[in-house]
Design a protein around this ligand. Sequence first.
Ligand SMILES: Nc1ncnc2c1ncn2[C@@H]1O[C@H](COP(=O)(O)OP(=O)(O)OP(=O)(O)O)[C@@H](O)[C@H]1O
Ligand SMILES: O=P(O)(O)OC[C@H]1O[C@H](OP(=O)(O)OP(=O)(O)O)[C@H](O)[C@@H]1O
Ligand SMILES: O=C(O)c1cccnc1
Ligand SMILES: [Mg+2]
Length: 580
Amino acid sequence: MTQQNSNKRKNEDNHSSASTPRELKRATTVDYIYNDQESSNGRLKPLNGFVTPLLTDLYQITMAYSLWKNNRHEVSTVFDLYFRKSPFGGEFTIFGGLEEVVRFVSDFRYTPDQLQHIRTMLPTCDQGFIDYLSKLDSSEVTIHAIKEGSVVFPRIPLVRIEGPMIICQLLETTLLCLINFASLVATNAARHRLAVGKDKVMLEFGLRRAQGPDGGMSASRYSYLGGADGTSNVMANYFFGIPIKGTHAHSFVTSYNSVEDLKDKTIVDTQGKKHDLLELALSFRKELGYEMSSMSELVAFVAYARSFPTGFLALVDTYDTLNSGVLNFLCVALALDRLGYKGLGIRLDSGDLSYLSKASRKLFKQVGEKYQLDYFEKFTIVASNDLNEPTIAALNRQGHEIDTFAIGTNLVTCQAQPALGCVYKLVELDGSPRIKLSQEANKITLPGRKDCYRLIGSEGHPLVDLLVHVGSDEKENQQQIPKPGEKVLCLHPFEEQKRVYVTPVKVEKLHHIVFQNGELVNPLPTLEETRSFCLSELSRVREDHLRSSNPTPYKVSVSKNLYDTLHKLWLESVPVKEMK
Ligand SMILES: Nc1ncnc2c1ncn2[C@@H]1O[C@H](COP(=O)(O)OP(=O)(O)OP(=O)(O)O)[C@@H](O)[C@H]1O
Ligand SMILES: O=P(O)(O)OC[C@H]1O[C@H](OP(=O)(O)OP(=O)(O)O)[C@H](O)[C@@H]1O
Ligand SMILES: O=C(O)c1cccnc1
Ligand SMILES: [Mg+2]
């Protein structure tokens, strides 16, 4: 639609068309900063200023109006939020975003300005609707959810939202937006973490390539949740407390041309005495026969080491990694050593990272032996440059000497799969289970209110996730709960012949109540706690479910009673065709 047309339509309802863009003046009043995390009235606040009830699709608001107009808005509903397939061709997903969901739901209220905006979008709606929205909050919403950081599988409701239809419907888009990317990035990080290995360091370096500022902040947060050890993103360190790490750039090296560019060559040693650091480095360069190395690079390294004598980690691939960068690093590291400081290591950002890391380690060792400096052999080798799961796997196969993997673009943009397909489906209305049918069995919804139990086997690994129906009869509900030591029948929801008896050693209830009567039920865990929980949960899952190539599918089953409810409703809901 052209601007002119759109202006013409200004005063009409615009359910399916673009509305007039907000005036710039108003757009700048959006509080687009990361808020303080608690408001003065004690309500939890979203982490991001855009997360308000207006961060939604227009159709949620038009549906809300119609529900209100037809007096259907307060009918009680249950919605499930779940995904149908794990991302990246894998068999597991890490659940992220719950804290952001709880913060959003807790804070849900339309401001007068937002109500005015809805009024302009729906100019013909009754004023009574706007008045209704002005009082709407989440006090009648109950949320059950799986713990954030859990390893989760397809079809299990990650979040179950219960409450009046109107508010549950209005939450849909925002909840999906908060969970989909968070879970995708956390899963991507977990997969990269598995590829890198437990004893190596993994850093997220992706801010410059992230999908805008929000994408960048979310990517840093959920990469950390999924197993990164730190980030280069200063705002993520400031706001979320994620450990911050960094080296230096090529521009720093190329900005030095000659010795004249170094105005002050001196450094104070650990005893407080002044020395010429360049002269000392040059003496080692001569002694080791490294005179082919780039002088301007050496000067840059000296400049950096003067600034950070206890944090000297040099980017060594600007001119020639093995014939210059590593040699210059060693000269400066030897000079620092004479002054009581220890260098840290190098970063490789191009070339064959397997070969270069091994060759660098060899040089560290040689020089360490020559000067009897044991720690030289253990200098940190950081690798970066378009790393992703397949590259890391290839490096592992070839062998390498990398200690730290710094991953940017592929981690934060989730290049291997750009979206997770969580959906939000109505499963119960006014106490009766609802079903959404599809030609694809996989897309049929599992009706009714459900709890999920993780059945743990004798070796401590999760064996099956079992969904059971939760009805109004408390006694019946209790009978449904699987118990340790008791054989339970687990059925594939759609393929009758796929069934298994499981006798679990331990049974874990996955869903917990997190929000009720407008309040958080338990205090939120910290990001650090959620990350530790995620890593310990991952370590319990059988390796064959986690591996990147041809992973074994994990069983997600339904109980006999849920199977019967599902198939009865399915049959009842399919119209019988007539043929003549
Ligand atoms: N030993 C290795 N096995 C498999 N992949 C590797 C190995 N070493 C590096 N890689 C990957 O190969 C790619 C090399 O990137 P590219 O072809 O752009 O060359 P480069 O080394 O960056 O060259 P330059 O930056 O000098 O142009 C990167 O994605 C890197 O992660
Ligand atoms: O490769 P990524 O996984 O995204 O990791 C981050 C990259 O960002 C930096 O440089 P940049 O790519 O901006 O420039 P350079 O590679 O030319 O140095 C860094 O040197 C890495 O190469
Ligand atoms: O600190 C670094 O070396 C760094 C940070 C972000 C992107 N590339 C490199
Ligand atoms: Mg690069």
